[in-house]
Design a protein around this ligand. Structure first.
Ligand SMILES: Nc1ncnc2c1ncn2[C@@H]1O[C@H](COP(=O)(O)OP(=O)(O)OP(=O)(O)O)[C@@H](O)[C@H]1O
Length: 321
Protein backbone atom coordinates (compact mmCIF):
# COMPACT_ATOMS: atom_id res chain seq x y z
CA UNK A 1 0.00 0.00 0.00
CA UNK A 2 1.16 3.61 -0.49
CA UNK A 3 2.56 5.72 2.34
CA UNK A 4 0.35 8.04 4.41
CA UNK A 5 1.22 11.21 2.42
CA UNK A 6 0.29 10.11 -1.06
CA UNK A 7 -2.13 7.38 -0.08
CA UNK A 8 -5.75 7.41 -1.21
CA UNK A 9 -8.54 8.37 1.18
CA UNK A 10 -9.73 4.76 1.21
CA UNK A 11 -8.01 1.62 0.01
CA UNK A 12 -9.12 -1.93 0.66
CA UNK A 13 -7.43 -5.09 -0.51
CA UNK A 14 -9.15 -8.47 -0.64
CA UNK A 15 -11.40 -7.36 2.21
CA UNK A 16 -13.45 -10.33 3.32
CA UNK A 17 -16.10 -10.65 5.99
CA UNK A 18 -17.95 -13.77 7.08
CA UNK A 19 -20.92 -13.67 9.42
CA UNK A 20 -20.91 -17.32 10.39
CA UNK A 21 -21.39 -19.16 7.12
CA UNK A 22 -22.65 -16.04 5.32
CA UNK A 23 -20.11 -14.28 3.13
CA UNK A 24 -20.88 -10.54 3.30
CA UNK A 25 -17.67 -9.26 1.65
CA UNK A 26 -15.85 -11.44 -0.84
CA UNK A 27 -12.39 -9.95 -1.45
CA UNK A 28 -13.39 -6.30 -1.82
CA UNK A 29 -10.83 -4.12 -3.60
CA UNK A 30 -11.68 -0.45 -3.44
CA UNK A 31 -9.73 2.74 -4.03
CA UNK A 32 -11.17 6.17 -3.30
CA UNK A 33 -8.99 9.11 -4.31
CA UNK A 34 -8.68 12.16 -2.08
CA UNK A 35 -11.12 14.96 -2.91
CA UNK A 36 -13.53 12.83 -4.91
CA UNK A 37 -17.23 12.32 -4.34
CA UNK A 38 -17.59 8.56 -4.48
CA UNK A 39 -20.87 6.69 -4.83
CA UNK A 40 -20.92 3.23 -3.29
CA UNK A 41 -23.79 1.39 -4.93
CA UNK A 42 -25.30 -2.00 -4.46
CA UNK A 43 -28.58 -3.85 -4.10
CA UNK A 44 -29.90 -4.79 -0.65
CA UNK A 45 -27.50 -7.12 1.07
CA UNK A 46 -24.61 -6.42 -1.33
CA UNK A 47 -22.30 -5.62 1.60
CA UNK A 48 -22.21 -1.80 1.64
CA UNK A 49 -22.92 -1.34 5.35
CA UNK A 50 -20.52 -4.13 6.25
CA UNK A 51 -17.72 -2.43 4.29
CA UNK A 52 -18.49 0.95 5.89
CA UNK A 53 -18.53 -0.60 9.36
CA UNK A 54 -15.10 -2.13 8.78
CA UNK A 55 -13.72 1.18 7.50
CA UNK A 56 -14.95 2.84 10.68
CA UNK A 57 -13.58 0.07 12.91
CA UNK A 58 -17.13 -0.79 14.02
CA UNK A 59 -16.64 -4.32 12.69
CA UNK A 60 -13.59 -6.50 12.06
CA UNK A 61 -12.73 -8.00 8.71
CA UNK A 62 -12.24 -11.75 8.57
CA UNK A 63 -9.27 -11.20 6.26
CA UNK A 64 -7.78 -8.62 3.90
CA UNK A 65 -6.84 -5.06 4.71
CA UNK A 66 -8.33 -1.58 4.82
CA UNK A 67 -6.50 1.75 5.02
CA UNK A 68 -7.75 5.31 5.38
CA UNK A 69 -5.17 7.90 4.35
CA UNK A 70 -2.66 5.07 4.73
CA UNK A 71 -3.63 4.26 8.32
CA UNK A 72 -5.55 1.45 9.95
CA UNK A 73 -9.28 2.03 10.59
CA UNK A 74 -9.94 3.35 14.08
CA UNK A 75 -6.32 4.41 14.64
CA UNK A 76 -5.51 7.64 16.47
CA UNK A 77 -4.23 9.15 13.19
CA UNK A 78 -7.46 8.42 11.37
CA UNK A 79 -10.17 9.28 13.89
CA UNK A 80 -9.86 13.10 13.70
CA UNK A 81 -9.94 12.96 9.89
CA UNK A 82 -13.26 11.17 9.55
CA UNK A 83 -16.89 12.24 9.81
CA UNK A 84 -19.57 9.54 9.71
CA UNK A 85 -23.33 9.54 9.49
CA UNK A 86 -25.17 6.20 9.70
CA UNK A 87 -28.41 5.66 7.78
CA UNK A 88 -30.50 6.02 10.94
CA UNK A 89 -28.51 8.21 13.33
CA UNK A 90 -29.48 7.93 17.00
CA UNK A 91 -29.29 10.77 19.52
CA UNK A 92 -30.36 11.17 23.15
CA UNK A 93 -34.02 12.19 22.84
CA UNK A 94 -33.83 14.95 25.47
CA UNK A 95 -31.14 16.95 23.68
CA UNK A 96 -31.59 19.83 21.27
CA UNK A 97 -29.69 19.87 17.97
CA UNK A 98 -27.35 22.51 19.36
CA UNK A 99 -26.56 20.34 22.39
CA UNK A 100 -25.89 17.30 20.16
CA UNK A 101 -23.38 19.29 18.14
CA UNK A 102 -21.75 20.82 21.22
CA UNK A 103 -21.34 17.36 22.70
CA UNK A 104 -19.79 16.06 19.47
CA UNK A 105 -17.41 19.04 19.48
CA UNK A 106 -16.36 18.13 23.03
CA UNK A 107 -15.52 14.58 21.92
CA UNK A 108 -13.18 16.03 19.30
CA UNK A 109 -11.82 18.49 21.89
CA UNK A 110 -12.47 21.43 19.59
CA UNK A 111 -11.55 24.85 21.05
CA UNK A 112 -14.50 26.92 22.37
CA UNK A 113 -13.99 29.61 19.73
CA UNK A 114 -14.36 26.97 16.98
CA UNK A 115 -17.47 25.50 18.64
CA UNK A 116 -19.11 28.97 18.88
CA UNK A 117 -18.59 29.51 15.15
CA UNK A 118 -19.07 25.99 13.82
CA UNK A 119 -22.28 24.93 15.63
CA UNK A 120 -24.52 27.74 14.31
CA UNK A 121 -22.91 27.40 10.88
CA UNK A 122 -23.78 23.70 10.72
CA UNK A 123 -27.31 24.23 12.08
CA UNK A 124 -27.83 26.78 9.33
CA UNK A 125 -26.28 24.55 6.66
CA UNK A 126 -28.56 21.63 7.50
CA UNK A 127 -31.73 23.71 7.91
CA UNK A 128 -32.03 23.14 11.68
CA UNK A 129 -31.22 26.65 12.91
CA UNK A 130 -34.82 27.54 13.73
CA UNK A 131 -35.74 24.25 15.38
CA UNK A 132 -36.17 24.49 19.13
CA UNK A 133 -37.66 20.98 19.59
CA UNK A 134 -35.78 18.21 21.32
CA UNK A 135 -34.39 15.44 19.13
CA UNK A 136 -36.98 12.95 20.47
CA UNK A 137 -39.63 14.84 18.46
CA UNK A 138 -37.65 14.90 15.21
CA UNK A 139 -38.77 13.26 11.97
CA UNK A 140 -36.40 10.76 10.36
CA UNK A 141 -35.38 13.38 7.80
CA UNK A 142 -34.50 15.87 10.55
CA UNK A 143 -32.43 13.22 12.31
CA UNK A 144 -30.59 12.51 9.10
CA UNK A 145 -29.80 16.20 8.67
CA UNK A 146 -28.61 16.46 12.26
CA UNK A 147 -26.48 13.35 11.71
CA UNK A 148 -24.88 15.07 8.76
CA UNK A 149 -24.21 18.23 10.80
CA UNK A 150 -22.66 16.08 13.51
CA UNK A 151 -20.48 14.27 10.98
CA UNK A 152 -19.14 17.64 9.79
CA UNK A 153 -18.37 19.07 13.23
CA UNK A 154 -14.64 18.28 13.05
CA UNK A 155 -14.30 19.56 9.44
CA UNK A 156 -13.35 16.03 8.37
CA UNK A 157 -11.13 15.20 5.42
CA UNK A 158 -13.29 12.17 4.70
CA UNK A 159 -17.04 12.15 5.12
CA UNK A 160 -18.61 8.68 5.15
CA UNK A 161 -22.37 8.59 4.71
CA UNK A 162 -24.60 5.53 4.74
CA UNK A 163 -27.69 6.24 2.60
CA UNK A 164 -27.59 10.00 3.36
CA UNK A 165 -30.73 10.97 1.45
CA UNK A 166 -32.92 7.93 2.00
CA UNK A 167 -35.20 9.60 4.60
CA UNK A 168 -35.36 13.03 3.03
CA UNK A 169 -38.16 14.74 1.15
CA UNK A 170 -37.25 16.26 -2.25
CA UNK A 171 -36.26 19.61 -0.69
CA UNK A 172 -34.09 17.99 1.97
CA UNK A 173 -32.57 15.70 -0.61
CA UNK A 174 -31.67 18.57 -2.85
CA UNK A 175 -30.13 20.45 0.09
CA UNK A 176 -27.95 17.47 1.03
CA UNK A 177 -26.83 16.94 -2.56
CA UNK A 178 -25.96 20.63 -2.84
CA UNK A 179 -23.98 20.37 0.37
CA UNK A 180 -22.06 17.37 -0.97
CA UNK A 181 -21.36 19.32 -4.16
CA UNK A 182 -20.01 22.23 -2.11
CA UNK A 183 -17.62 19.87 -0.32
CA UNK A 184 -16.22 18.64 -3.65
CA UNK A 185 -12.47 19.06 -3.93
CA UNK A 186 -12.11 19.94 -0.23
CA UNK A 187 -13.51 16.87 1.48
CA UNK A 188 -13.60 13.32 0.19
CA UNK A 189 -17.19 12.14 0.33
CA UNK A 190 -17.89 8.41 0.31
CA UNK A 191 -21.56 7.52 0.39
CA UNK A 192 -23.63 4.42 -0.05
CA UNK A 193 -26.98 4.69 -1.73
CA UNK A 194 -29.68 2.98 -3.77
CA UNK A 195 -30.72 6.27 -5.31
CA UNK A 196 -29.09 6.28 -8.70
CA UNK A 197 -30.23 9.80 -9.69
CA UNK A 198 -28.33 11.12 -6.64
CA UNK A 199 -25.18 9.40 -7.84
CA UNK A 200 -25.65 10.72 -11.37
CA UNK A 201 -25.99 14.21 -9.92
CA UNK A 202 -23.05 14.50 -7.58
CA UNK A 203 -20.52 11.67 -7.94
CA UNK A 204 -17.20 11.72 -9.72
CA UNK A 205 -16.50 8.04 -9.19
CA UNK A 206 -18.60 4.99 -8.44
CA UNK A 207 -18.24 1.39 -7.40
CA UNK A 208 -21.09 -1.03 -7.90
CA UNK A 209 -21.06 -3.77 -5.33
CA UNK A 210 -22.64 -7.12 -6.02
CA UNK A 211 -22.47 -10.11 -3.68
CA UNK A 212 -19.68 -8.54 -1.65
CA UNK A 213 -17.46 -7.80 -4.64
CA UNK A 214 -16.91 -4.78 -6.87
CA UNK A 215 -18.73 -5.53 -10.12
CA UNK A 216 -17.78 -2.21 -11.74
CA UNK A 217 -15.85 0.84 -10.70
CA UNK A 218 -14.29 3.99 -12.08
CA UNK A 219 -15.29 7.45 -13.19
CA UNK A 220 -19.09 7.66 -13.44
CA UNK A 221 -18.86 8.61 -17.13
CA UNK A 222 -16.55 5.69 -17.93
CA UNK A 223 -18.62 3.11 -16.07
CA UNK A 224 -21.71 4.23 -17.95
CA UNK A 225 -19.92 4.21 -21.30
CA UNK A 226 -18.04 0.96 -20.73
CA UNK A 227 -20.94 -1.09 -19.42
CA UNK A 228 -23.94 0.64 -20.91
CA UNK A 229 -23.09 -0.82 -24.30
CA UNK A 230 -24.21 -4.33 -23.43
CA UNK A 231 -27.80 -3.25 -24.16
CA UNK A 232 -28.54 -0.62 -26.77
CA UNK A 233 -31.61 1.52 -26.54
CA UNK A 234 -33.42 3.49 -29.20
CA UNK A 235 -36.04 6.14 -28.64
CA UNK A 236 -38.72 6.11 -31.30
CA UNK A 237 -41.65 8.44 -31.68
CA UNK A 238 -44.33 8.02 -34.35
CA UNK A 239 -47.89 9.21 -34.80
CA UNK A 240 -49.53 5.90 -33.83
CA UNK A 241 -47.62 4.75 -30.75
CA UNK A 242 -50.07 1.97 -29.82
CA UNK A 243 -49.87 0.21 -33.20
CA UNK A 244 -46.11 0.64 -33.26
CA UNK A 245 -45.83 -0.78 -29.80
CA UNK A 246 -47.87 -3.84 -30.76
CA UNK A 247 -45.75 -4.41 -33.85
CA UNK A 248 -42.50 -4.10 -31.90
CA UNK A 249 -43.83 -6.36 -29.16
CA UNK A 250 -44.47 -8.98 -31.83
CA UNK A 251 -40.74 -8.83 -32.68
CA UNK A 252 -39.69 -9.33 -29.07
CA UNK A 253 -37.41 -12.24 -28.36
CA UNK A 254 -39.00 -14.80 -26.08
CA UNK A 255 -36.76 -17.37 -24.42
CA UNK A 256 -34.25 -18.56 -27.01
CA UNK A 257 -36.41 -17.20 -29.85
CA UNK A 258 -34.99 -15.21 -32.73
CA UNK A 259 -36.86 -11.87 -32.29
CA UNK A 260 -34.58 -8.83 -32.67
CA UNK A 261 -36.28 -6.68 -29.98
CA UNK A 262 -35.26 -7.32 -26.37
CA UNK A 263 -37.75 -4.99 -24.74
CA UNK A 264 -40.27 -2.22 -25.53
CA UNK A 265 -41.36 0.33 -22.94
CA UNK A 266 -42.95 3.76 -22.73
CA UNK A 267 -40.23 6.42 -22.43
CA UNK A 268 -42.16 8.07 -19.58
CA UNK A 269 -45.73 7.67 -18.31
CA UNK A 270 -48.08 9.20 -20.85
CA UNK A 271 -45.32 9.82 -23.39
CA UNK A 272 -45.87 8.61 -26.95
CA UNK A 273 -42.14 7.93 -27.32
CA UNK A 274 -41.11 4.30 -26.93
CA UNK A 275 -37.78 2.96 -25.73
CA UNK A 276 -36.78 -0.11 -27.68
CA UNK A 277 -33.94 -2.29 -26.42
CA UNK A 278 -32.01 -4.12 -29.12
CA UNK A 279 -28.74 -6.03 -29.50
CA UNK A 280 -27.24 -3.73 -32.06
CA UNK A 281 -28.16 -0.08 -32.31
CA UNK A 282 -27.58 0.42 -36.06
CA UNK A 283 -29.30 -2.74 -37.16
CA UNK A 284 -32.08 -2.04 -34.65
CA UNK A 285 -32.63 1.50 -35.96
CA UNK A 286 -32.98 0.24 -39.55
CA UNK A 287 -35.47 -2.43 -38.43
CA UNK A 288 -37.53 0.01 -36.34
CA UNK A 289 -37.68 2.43 -39.29
CA UNK A 290 -38.85 -0.44 -41.51
CA UNK A 291 -41.61 -1.35 -39.02
CA UNK A 292 -42.81 2.28 -38.85
CA UNK A 293 -42.88 2.43 -42.63
CA UNK A 294 -44.71 -0.92 -42.99
CA UNK A 295 -47.42 0.39 -40.64
CA UNK A 296 -47.77 3.53 -42.75
CA UNK A 297 -47.02 5.68 -39.68
CA UNK A 298 -45.17 8.98 -39.67
CA UNK A 299 -41.81 8.87 -37.92
CA UNK A 300 -41.04 11.90 -35.71
CA UNK A 301 -37.95 10.73 -33.88
CA UNK A 302 -35.56 7.77 -33.93
CA UNK A 303 -32.35 8.12 -31.95
CA UNK A 304 -30.02 6.14 -29.69
CA UNK A 305 -30.41 6.64 -25.95
CA UNK A 306 -27.25 6.79 -23.87
CA UNK A 307 -27.21 4.25 -21.05
CA UNK A 308 -28.05 5.59 -17.63
CA UNK A 309 -26.37 4.42 -14.47
CA UNK A 310 -29.62 2.62 -13.73
CA UNK A 311 -29.25 0.53 -16.90
CA UNK A 312 -25.71 -0.40 -15.90
CA UNK A 313 -26.73 -1.16 -12.35
CA UNK A 314 -29.69 -3.32 -13.31
CA UNK A 315 -27.65 -5.23 -15.91
CA UNK A 316 -24.84 -5.92 -13.46
CA UNK A 317 -27.02 -6.87 -10.54
CA UNK A 318 -29.35 -9.03 -12.64
CA UNK A 319 -26.34 -10.64 -14.33
CA UNK A 320 -24.91 -11.61 -10.94
CA UNK A 321 -28.13 -13.36 -9.81
N1 LIG B 1 -24.68 -8.81 11.91
C1 LIG B 1 -24.91 -9.64 10.90
N2 LIG B 1 -25.07 -10.97 11.11
C2 LIG B 1 -25.29 -11.82 10.09
N3 LIG B 1 -25.38 -11.45 8.80
C3 LIG B 1 -25.23 -10.16 8.52
C4 LIG B 1 -25.00 -9.17 9.54
N4 LIG B 1 -24.89 -7.95 8.97
C5 LIG B 1 -25.05 -8.16 7.64
N5 LIG B 1 -25.26 -9.47 7.37
C6 LIG B 1 -25.44 -10.09 6.05
O1 LIG B 1 -24.35 -9.69 5.24
C7 LIG B 1 -24.77 -9.35 3.93
C8 LIG B 1 -24.39 -7.91 3.62
O2 LIG B 1 -25.18 -7.04 4.42
P1 LIG B 1 -25.00 -5.46 4.43
O3 LIG B 1 -25.90 -4.92 5.49
O4 LIG B 1 -23.57 -5.11 4.50
O5 LIG B 1 -25.55 -5.09 2.98
P2 LIG B 1 -25.99 -3.66 2.39
O6 LIG B 1 -25.42 -3.61 1.02
O7 LIG B 1 -25.62 -2.59 3.34
O8 LIG B 1 -27.55 -3.84 2.33
P3 LIG B 1 -28.73 -2.74 2.49
O9 LIG B 1 -28.68 -1.90 1.27
O10 LIG B 1 -29.95 -3.59 2.56
O11 LIG B 1 -28.46 -1.97 3.75
C9 LIG B 1 -26.26 -9.60 3.88
O12 LIG B 1 -26.46 -10.89 3.36
C10 LIG B 1 -26.68 -9.54 5.33
O13 LIG B 1 -27.80 -10.37 5.55
Amino acid sequence: MSGPHDSPAIETRSLTKHYGSRLALDGLNLRVERGSVFGFLGANGAGKTTAIRILLALARATSGSARLFGHAPGSAEVRPLIGYCPDVPGFPSWMTAREVLEQAATLFQLPQSTVRRRVPELLELTGLADTRARVGGYSRGMRQRLGLAQALINSPQLLVLDEPTSALDPMGRRAVLELITELKGKTTVFFSTHLLPDVERVCDDVAILSNGRVAAEGALRDVRARLGGSRSRLVVEADEPERLREALRAATRVGAGSGWVLDVAEDAPGSRALVVTVDDVEDGAARVAAVVSSLGCRLFRLEPRAASLEDVFVDLVEGAR
